[in-house]
Design a protein around this ligand. Sequence first.
Ligand SMILES: C[S@@+](CC[C@H](N)C(=O)[O-])C[C@H]1O[C@@H](n2cnc3c(N)ncnc32)[C@H](O)[C@@H]1O
Length: 251
Amino acid sequence: MAGSFSYDESVASTYEQYTTLLGKVEEADETAAFLERLSRGGVALELGIGNGRVAVPLSERGVRVEGIDNSDSMLKLLAKRTDLIKAWKGDIAHFSSEQRYDLVYCVYSTFTLLSTREEQIACLRAAAEVLKDNGVVAIEVRVPPLDGLVGGQKTTTTFVDHENTFVNAVIHDPVKQNLVSTILWFSGTSVRRLPQRVRYVYHQELDTMAECVGLELAERWGDWARGAFTNESKGHVSVYRQTRQSSVTCL
Ligand SMILES: C[S@@+](CC[C@H](N)C(=O)[O-])C[C@H]1O[C@@H](n2cnc3c(N)ncnc32)[C@H](O)[C@@H]1O
């Protein structure tokens, strides 16, 4: 997220609780198991590493993990959890590293926080450039959640328990392929706002962008348990390997 949509202190201070309520902390071990296989005992780089929700369990499995994030607040959370992971402040659309990686990964739809096509292609290009021979790039993104829009907007309830309610108000900008949203988190007598802008991508566009930078699809799954990607899937994990020849010309 850029500008007003950054993961500032107010987002970071509630991230652990937020992701726990949504089951994302519980899911992280399965994610780490999936990524461990792709790491082949080598070195992995996480784009948008955040508080290490996935990086920490992956590191605990013996994989050497490094990470990039543009939020000081999220990097501080990671540093409090571990000193085994080297992480630095940077933009995942524009990064380079002298290290070469067996795996570069970007999970939890972080890729779509890059809100333009140009930034998304730049991110894939940078990822491709830091791969070792036979290295792979893994991207987890949602299937664009455009169902239920009326007049270009929708409001959905995404979580309720006896203390917390998450209501997500979304506006669609079809020209930019953006969804601009604010999660309203009601808890007790307080309301927190979690704003976000994403540029959604369908899987076929992701493949085309990857092809632009010399990557080709190696695997695609509907979830971390390697379930099939079907018409009912809410998201996918797509794994790309290097191609010898790019068949598509772009930026
Ligand atoms: C949805 S959170 C995911 C965090 C962590 N990967 C996880 O799975 O829990 C997105 C993370 O990406 C970071 N981020 C967003 N845009 C970024 C950018 N352009 N460059 C670097 N980090 C970015 C945010 O600061 C945040 O930590």
